[in-house]
Every structure is written in structure tokens, then in C-alpha cells.
Design a protein around this ligand. Structure first.
Ligand code: ADP
Ligand code: MG
Length: 405
């Protein structure tokens, strides 16, 4: 039995005893003193995120609805006057990476330190200042669980370096710097959702981000008042086909938009979908397009429900989103499907894969007093299927990037 669901006799009924990610605290300042010596000038942090709904829509200029979670990457920073970066990470023990910022170009720093050095490069590239610094990074965002540990590193580092240089970046600009870091310096062709969520989120809300309109809005999201919790199931599956398939989905969407004569698939209104599908030659492309158009519509519907406080009622849209990602966009996998099916069978109000797919996490909306049953059902289903035991966490919407202490 991998993950134990608490059923202790002293437990108050209805109180979930699953670990919350809030339990873990990053300790960048301590790491800084221990490895780099002395004290940092300042400490900053940025969170990981989950996406409530709106998947594979960001790079189609569509709608997404992520929120920051209470797991964060923290960066302790001290200025240097020699134009160099010296970087350590609590998750990469024993390694200190030194980089000269002068003439820094993509490709010069690979591996994990590329995310950090790339933040300095991307700041300069977008016309901001970035000076040399000592940086100690410590993060409680698990890597590769679909919670965007990369955006947390990028946003916290870019914020630290910009602030040290005397720049104040708006959250939207910080997100764009972080995305440029990941796209061009690290070389991952991600959309803007992860960085925007890590940078601009506010506690107690989900971030309604209309990528095409470049507009964000904070929508109250309060499952607790409705007697619900958001349960994350990290399937611990990280399928190697994820990167290549992501690029293929993007290319298919862009080619379909061109065939249909629109800037992006998100320009297609739901009422125009049938006509658009009729204009496409093959069934696979039709299904990809149908996912994007219907997913945008589901985001809109969920936002309207949340505006009225009807949190429980978003469940069916989550379920429909998962089905669309599984059948039309084909980015799910056996682990994600088993987690969603088991959660729903055990009474979850809604459940779907979250993040790019082919592994990573499922987000489920669950009655507070049923969370143990749902967790046990998922863990049991994984055991029966012969999968690695999942990791279960409760998450709630947290603040985006900022100064710590
Ligand atoms: P995720 O879905 O978690 O964002 P990615 O593959 O996009 O997965 O990013 C994970 C990568 O980000 C790691 O392999 C590592 O290079 C970098 N990274 C994330 N967290 C840390 C950390 N605490 N210290 C060093 N590098 C990190
Ligand atoms: Mg990432």
C-alpha cells in the first residue's frame, strides 16, 4: 500500500487528513548561508500551479483557468558587482553553477541552471536590467508532476534579479520574461499559462486568462464554503512521448487554423464549429479542433458558474474536459484515466487530467467528508492496475510571485 489515507480513531469526522502541500516550507535563505556564505539581500518566491480547466488552449490563443498552489520555489539573492551569477539549488545538492552574464546566449547553460541563467538572459532580452548575483533556490514544487516546477523557478528567479536591479515588473511582464526564458533559453515551446499563473495568481481565486485578448481576471474560487476540497492525484507517470506529442499537437492546431483561414482556433465560435469541421480533410484534425473550440466553451461555462458561487456545478464540465482530452485531443494515458474514473466512481463531483498530459496529475473536486474514500479508491485502483502508487495532496488557491518576509 503506497499512500495511506488516514483513518485514525482520533480523527474528527469530515476532516481530511491527507497531506497538504502547505506542510512543506522552502528554505532558500538557510541554503544560501550554508552553501554560498553570509546572508542574502532579499528572498522571493513563486508558486507551482494547477489548471482547473482549459487545457491545450493557451497556445491556441484561448481561455485557461489555472490557480497557484501552496507549493513554491523560493530564491534567496545577493547582488554581485562582477556580472556573474553563482547558483545553487536545494534540489541539486553539491552543485554550484557559475555563469558570466556578459555575452550570455541560449545554449550556453544547459540542465537545471539553464532555467535560472535564462531568467537573466530573458530580462535583458525584454529590455530590463539584470545584474550579477548569488542565488540559492529551494522549491517544494515536485518536478514533473504537472504542477509547473519550471515556471516557479523562472518566475521567482526573474523577480529576484529584476528587483535586485531596481526594476518593478508588472505580473504580466514577469510572466512573459519567464516564458521567454523557457521558450528560447531552455528551448521548451510552452504557452503562457504556467508563467502567468505563477506570476499573477491571487489567493482564493482562479486566474481567468484570455490569452488571445491578453486579459486576466481573478474569479473567486472557494470550494470550502460548498463543503468541497480540491484533491490532486500525482499519477507519478512521466511518459517520454510528452514533449514530441506536445509539439505535434501545436503544429496540428496551427496548420488547421491556417486551413480554416483564422489566426487561431480560438477564433472559431461554438456556432461555427460544424462548418469549420466540414472544411477539414481528416478526422484526426477535426477532433483536435473540436477539443480546442469546446474546451474554450467549457472554460466560459465554468467561469459563469463560479461567478454565482456554484462550485459543485462545475463538475460535469471537468468530466467533459477530460473526455475531450482523452478522445479528441488524445493526450491522456492509462494512469490519468484510471485516476479520473476511480475518483468519479467513488463520488467526486468532478475530475480531469490537468497539465499537458501523458502523465502528471489529476485534479478532483471532492466532498470534504468523502475525500478519504475517493483517495482510497484511486490508490486501490492503481494497485489493481499495477501502477506505481499515486501521491495525493489537497491544494487551495495561493498567491502568485512576490517578496518573502
Ligand atoms: P514541470 O512540469 O514540473 O514544470 P518541467 O520539465 O517543465 O516539469 O521542468 C522541470 C525542470 O525544471 C527540472 O528538470 C529542472 O531542470 C528545473 N527545476 C524545477 N525545480 C527545480 C529546483 N528546485 N531546482 C533546480 N531545478 C529545478
Ligand atoms: Mg514545466
Amino acid at each position: 500500500m503506497g499512500h495511506r489515507i488516514g483513518r485514525g480513531s482520533g480523527r474528527r469526522p469530515g476532516r481530511p487528513v491527507l497531506p497538504s502541500v502547505r506542510g512543506a516550507v522552502p528554505r532558500a535563505a538557510e541554503l544560501f548561508g550554508r552553501v554560498l556564505g553570509g546572508a542574502p539581500d532579499a528572498v522571493f518566491s513563486a508558486p507551482g500551479r494547477v489548471n482547473l480547466i482549459g487545457e491545450h488552449t493557451d497556445y491556441n490563443q484561448g481561455l485557461v483557468l489555472p490557480f497557484a498552489i501552496d507549493a513554491r520555489a523560493q530564491v534567496a539573492v545577493r547582488a554581485r558587482d562582477d556580472g556573474r551569477l553563482r547558483v545553487v539549488s536545494g534540489q541539486q545538492p553539491g552543485e554550484t553553477v557559475e555563469v558570466n552574464l556578459d555575452g550570455l546566449e541560449p545554449g550556453a547553460v544547459t540542465g537545471w541552471a539553464g532555467y535560472v541563467a535564462g531568467a537573466a538572459w530573458a530580462l535583458a532580452e525584454r529590455g530590463h536590467r539584470a545584474a550579477g548575483a548569488d542565488l540559492a533556490l529551494d522549491s517544494t514544487v515536485p518536478v514533473g508532476a504537472g504542477l509547473s516546477s519550471s515556471a516557479a523557478v523562472e518566475c521567482s528567479t526573474a523577480l529576484a534579479l529584476a528587483t535586485l536591479a531596481g526594476d518593478r515588473l508588472a505580473p504580466e511582464e514577469l510572466a512573459r520574461v519567464a516564458q521567454l526564458d523557457e521558450n528560447r533559453f531552455v528551448g521548451v515551446p510552452c504557452g503562457l499559462m504556467d508563467q502567468m499563473a505563477s506570476s499573477a495568481s491571487r489567493a482564493g481565486t482562479v486566474l481567468f486568462f484570455d490569452v488571445g485578448a491578453d486579459r486576466t481576471e481573478h474569479i473567486p474560487f472557494d470550494p470550502a464554503t460548498a463543503g468541497l476540497v480540491t484533491l490532486l492525484v500525482d499519477t507519478r507517470a512521466h511518459h517520454s512521448l510528452a514533449d514530441g506529442q506536445y509539439a505535434r499537437r501545436r503544429a496540428t492546431c496551427e496548420a488547421a487554423a491556417e486551413t480554416l483561414g483564422v489566426d487561431s482556433l480560438s477564433r472559431i465560435a461554438p456556432g461555427e464549429l460544424d462548418a469549420a469541421l466540414a472544411g477539414l480533410g481528416d478526422d484526426e484534425t477535426r477532433r483536435r479542433v473540436r477539443h480546442v473550440v469546446t474546451e474554450n466553451e467549457r472554460v466560459r461555462a465554468v467561469v459563469e458558474l463560479l461567478r454565482t458561487g456554484a462550485v459543485r456545478d462545475i463538475g460535469p464540465a471537468m468530466v467533459a474536459s477530460h473526455a475531450s482530452l482523452r478522445d479528441d485531443f488524445e493526450v491522456s494515458c492509462a494512469e490519468l484515466d484510471v485516476a479520473v474514473d476511480a475518483a468519479l466512481a467513488a463520488g467526486a463531483a468532478g475530475a480531469r487530467m490537468t497539465g499537458g498530459g501523458f502523465g502528471g496529475s489529476v485534479i478532483a473536486l471532492v466532498d470534504r467528508d468523502r475525500v478519504d474514500e475517493v483517495g482510497a479508491a484511486v490508490t486501490g485502483a492503481f494497485a489493481r492496475a499495477g501502477f506505481t502508487a499515486p501521491v495525493l495532496r489537497l491544494v487551495s488557491p495561493a498567491d502568485g510571485a512576490g517578496a518573502d518576509g
